[in-house]
Write a protein that binds this ligand. Structure first.
Ligand SMILES: Cc1cc2nc3c(=O)[nH]c(=O)nc-3n(C[C@H](O)[C@H](O)[C@H](O)COP(=O)(O)OP(=O)(O)OC[C@H]3O[C@@H](n4cnc5c(N)ncnc54)[C@H](O)[C@@H]3O)c2cc1C
Length: 592
């Protein structure tokens, strides 16, 4: 039985092929070789690294978190050595641009390896994930000199990165930022930064000599609010012309003691205790938020990827426990493995159906981003970018909440043993709780989806997605009676969601409370439908396999389960969305 993380390579390959086909990536020549010839060997090596190196460290990190010392942050036992191996094996360079020393593989492959790192050890996985986001932001926005100086070391993993946005008074609302940046007196174009940041993941550690912090700050005379924020690159140590590193005026002053991801140091940072932390502008002055969003979008998909990894790990642990634990009588006799009880199988199927739907959705979004980058035709690139931007908040919020549900079911299957601290499933449950909170809370995602991606576009991108979901349901074979509920319900939910979205686009301008009141359920309605989309695609392939193919049979069973137990949630989300703003708007804040 599974004791360490065991990557589900066959499922991953199945989902990867579907995502590549459905997004159009499979037919783009620039990606074909990676998908056909490189992917399998990359996934196999990653699965060994995840299972053998990262997974055994996961409970150690939970019990022995990173700690802050006068010399800096010391990470959990074994983590720095694991990072050295991770780097030496080239994993930090996987999807990074070739001209910066990376391998330039598709994001789709990086999503699959990311799932493995997170499933094996999320706290560790977050470190290279932030660096990948920073590489992306610098590639797109940093001037050439900064790119040349910092990108190669980030790509090789010699240095890591952090994203420093949050301050005590500025969380969801970044317009409240107070960290300030002043032009350096030397006039050499650099800046001096002063302020405090909180909750900075991997803001300090002992993995590498240097950390590249991307810091949001306000410049003198900048406009109030979001329009006055700029992005700066602030290294922990400033590289001199000779390559020597000189301490900068930025440090971690304490670490948070957290519910989960305890091995990931969450730092309170101070900048400018002496003459100011030296920094360099990334992107244009006052356009910091737009630059940060390049990184945030990567990291929001990243939350989906690591939530998927946690779901898979919870499923593995629960499945193993359900076979090992004996309780109660079934028709086979007394003292039977609990997996023989229908309710335990219900919970396992719920975990499996949600996890595999999440995998399809996460991979499809990653593949769509690749299409937006690689397609030759500009109109294809534009459509893919729009689709990815619509799907990203859904992936971040729906997958992170379903991971928490899956982890909670995993605890339930473990009974009392799942509630004690030593159980890895208890760690997974605690680790999964951060997904709905960071990288923009799930409400911020829902608001982004409904306001910016549906209402502002008057439903155009949404309707194109609904067309594709409709097609996937229609293509289910009509002669397979077991798939009829999936087909019929998916078609109905598509039509009803399209209708409701049209109504929202019309009324949002006259009802100021509408978006705030219904956005959360609108997102989960679409998430539930997007999960059904993935099951339609999987079920179509499985139905084409021979009757005696056990894997195909299991896929069809899970698709039938999704239609019976999960897709009906769409009715609940619809009812709440259609109730509009009144049930909330009529209640004054003071009366709750
Ligand atoms: C473990 C951990 C790691 C983190 N890592 C990083 C990092 O690396 N870098 C970084 O910069 N930050 C990081 N953060 C910060 C994280 O991004 C913020 O916690 C998150 O954005 C939410 O901000 P907040 O905590 O201030 O909550 P608040 O903004 O105070 O939100 C509290 C509640 O109010 C709701 N709310 C707030 N505003 C609105 C609104 N306008 N409309 C409706 N509802 C609203 C929220 O949805 C939420 O439910 C991390 C946090 C944690 C806990």
């Amino acid at each position: 039985m599974t004791k360490t993380y065991d990557a589900p390579l066959a499922h991953m390959r199945f989902a990867l092929d579907h995502a590549a086909r459905e997004s159009g990536l499979a037919s783009i020549p620039a990606a074909t070789e990676s998908l056909t010839e490189v992917a399998d060997s990359v996934l196999e090596s990653a699965s060994r690294f995840a299972g053998e190196v990262l997974s055994p460290l996961n409970p150690i990190g939970d019990r022995t978190p990173a700690r802050c010392t006068p010399e800096g942050v010391v990470t959990s036992p074994g983590f720095a050595e694991a990072y050295a191996r991770f780097r030496a094996d080239g994993w930090t360079a996987l999807a990074a641009p070739i001209d910066a020393g990376g391998m330039g593989l598709p994001s789709l492959i990086a999503a699959a390896t990311g799932e493995m790192w997170a499933g094996a050890n999320l706290a560790f996985a977050m470190c290279p994930e932030v660096a990948a986001g920073a590489i992306h932001a610098l590639t797109h926005h940093a001037p050439q000199e900064l790119r040349e100086r910092y990108l190669p070391a980030l790509v090789s993993g010699e240095w890591t990165a952090s994203m420093a946005l949050t301050e005590p008074q500025a969380g969801s609302d970044l317009s409240m930022l107070r960290t300030r940046a002043e032009p350096d007196a030397s006039g050499d174009g650099s800046w001096r930064l002063f302020g405090r940041k909180i909750y900075i993941s991997w803001g300090d550690h002992d993995f590498t000599d240097n950390i590249v912090h991307l810091v949001l700050a306000r410049t003198p005379d900048a406009p109030e609010g979001l329009k006055g924020i700029s992005l700066f690159l602030v290294p922990k140590r400033v590289p001199g012309p000779d390559g020597a590193l000189h301490d900068n005026d930025i440090r971690a002053i304490s670490l948070e003691h957290k519910m989960g991801i305890r091995a990931s140091p969450t730092c309170a940072m101070v900048l400018g205790e002496r003459d100011g932390a030296r920094g360099w502008l990334v992107g244009r002055l006052h356009e910091g938020l737009a630059c940060t969003f390049t990184m945030m979008n990567e990291m929001r998909l990243g939350v989906g990827i690591h939530s998927l990894g946690l779901s898979e790990r919870a499923l593995q642990l629960a499945r193993a426990h359900a076979h090992e634990r004996h309780q109660g009588r079934t028709i086979a006799g007394p003292n039977r493995p609990i997996i023989e009880h229908a309710d335990v199988r219900r919970m396992l199927l719920q975990m499996k159906a949600l996890t595999q739907a999440a995998r399809g959705l996460v991979y499809t979004t990653a593949a769509t981003l690749d299409v937006a980058r690689l397609a030759e035709d500009e109109s294809v690139r534009t459509a893919a970018a729009g689709r990815a931007s619509l799907l990203t908040p859904v992936v971040k919020a729906w997958v992170s909440e379903s991971a928490f549900e899956v982890a909670s079911l995993g605890v339930q299957i473990h009974g009392g043993t799942g509630y004690v601290d030593d159980a890895e499933i208890s760690q997974i449950f605690r680790d999964a709780r951060i997904g709905p909170i960071f990288e923009g809370t799930n409400y911020i995602q829902a608001q982004d989806l409904l306001n910016r991606k549906v209402i502002r576009e008057r439903g155009t991108t949404l309707n194109a997605l609904l067309d594709d979901i409709h097609k996937a349901a229609e293509h289910l074979p009509e002669d397979r009676a077991e798939l009829a509920p999936l087909r019929t319900q998916t078609l109905q939910v598509c039509a009803r969601l399209r209708d409701a979205a049209t109504g929202i686009v019309e009324t949002a301008f006259t009802d100021a409370d509408l978006v705030g009141s219904v956005a959360y359920h609108f997102l989960h309605w679409l998430g539930t439908l997007a999960g059904a989309w993935q099951w339609c695609l999987y079920a179509r392939s499985a139905a084409a396999r021979p009757e005696n193919d056990a894997t195909a049979r299991a896929t069809l069973d899970a698709a039938v389960f999704y239609a019976a137990h999960i897709l009906p949630r769409a009715l609940m989300h619809e009812a709440i969305v259609r109730a509009g703003s009144a049930p909330i708007a009529r209640v004054p804040p003071g009366s709750i």
